[in-house]
Write a protein of this length. Sequence first.
Length: 386
Amino acid sequence: MAPIGTGPEHDRLDFYRKDMAQLSQRGRLRSLSPRAGVDFSSNDYIGLAASDRLKDAIRAALDDGVAVGAAGSRLLRGHTEWQADFEFEAARFFGAEAALGFGGGYMANFALLATLPQREDLLLMDELSHASTHEGARAGRASVQRFRHGDVAHAEDVITNWRRAGNTGAVWIAVESLYSMDGDVAPLRELAALADRHGFLIVDEAHATGVFGPDGRGLTHHLEGRENVLTLHTLGKALGGSGALICGAKCLLDFMVNRSRPFIFATAPSPLMAVAGRAALQILRDEPWRRDLLQDHIACFNDEMARRLPRIQTSGSQIVPLIVGPDAETMALAAQIQARGFDVRGIRPPTVPEGSARLRISLNLNVTRQDIRRLTDTLEELWPDL
Ligand SMILES: Cc1ncc(COP(=O)(O)O)c(C=O)c1O
């Protein structure tokens, strides 16, 4: 007899079809759409992904016999000299004692939060932290609490209450330096001071690496070298490749090498990405004009918006959330803008909080000032009177 639920009369895909039908009814169905239009949506902030220098670095590496794949996990044959060189170089660049590479930022965050905080600890996360940190927290052992976005006083209140309950473990505060969907910046100095009193600070620099700080070292450059600060730098955004690095005290990274299952039981990143990452760090040093031009783009967008749509708030960074509110209006507006030739995406819950669906404008070097003016023209024309 067939096990329950697997007989020929049973539609094993039923649950999934129904779930998607429900999503569709609620206007929340996602689908993959090809690239089209002027790039106002990628995270290729300083235009490295298709840059000649990265391509040349990869070409030269291939000519030198570097393999495409790592062919094993890091603790076995996958630990290549290119990855080791890159990590050594990256640790120097980011002012850290050590650096450890991962296949992507999601995996790095997940691994970090699932591994380092211990059972008696508190993991305290900004409520707008990336999904990967929430999933890592769920997989880990520590108690998890959230604090209101960017609100250090609230973070401190949560810690005080947790201590009052008799807890003596370490507190791990996890934030992003530049928030991926809001484009605003965490109060890092205050958070570091709080971490000095209670434990550790983990800063996800995904959207700030390569864009902010001296040489593009990120917004944590003034916290470099502290034993209680860990930073995460993704390679798939401004650095133009893919993968991620965790930078921090060697002892903590050695612990990850020994205890972190997503690190231990995964194929090591491609050596070609290590080559690309190294080349990207060199470009950050050699080509400050990229960051300067991006700042010009940000200023240009803000000026144009202030003139055309003064009631709409922008941000001070290359990530500009234009909040529309309702999902349906947001997606309809995005579709209209796309039809004019711009790649602008609508972002809905659950990626962002309910009622705050938005257009996420990404300013980057794949667009010109003229493109920015044309986009703001279009926004002025199409922006709904809500
Ligand atoms: C803040 C933040 N952290 C981590 C990640 C994940 O990085 P990756 O795309 O390299 O997996 C993202 C990606 O969108 C992100 O926005």
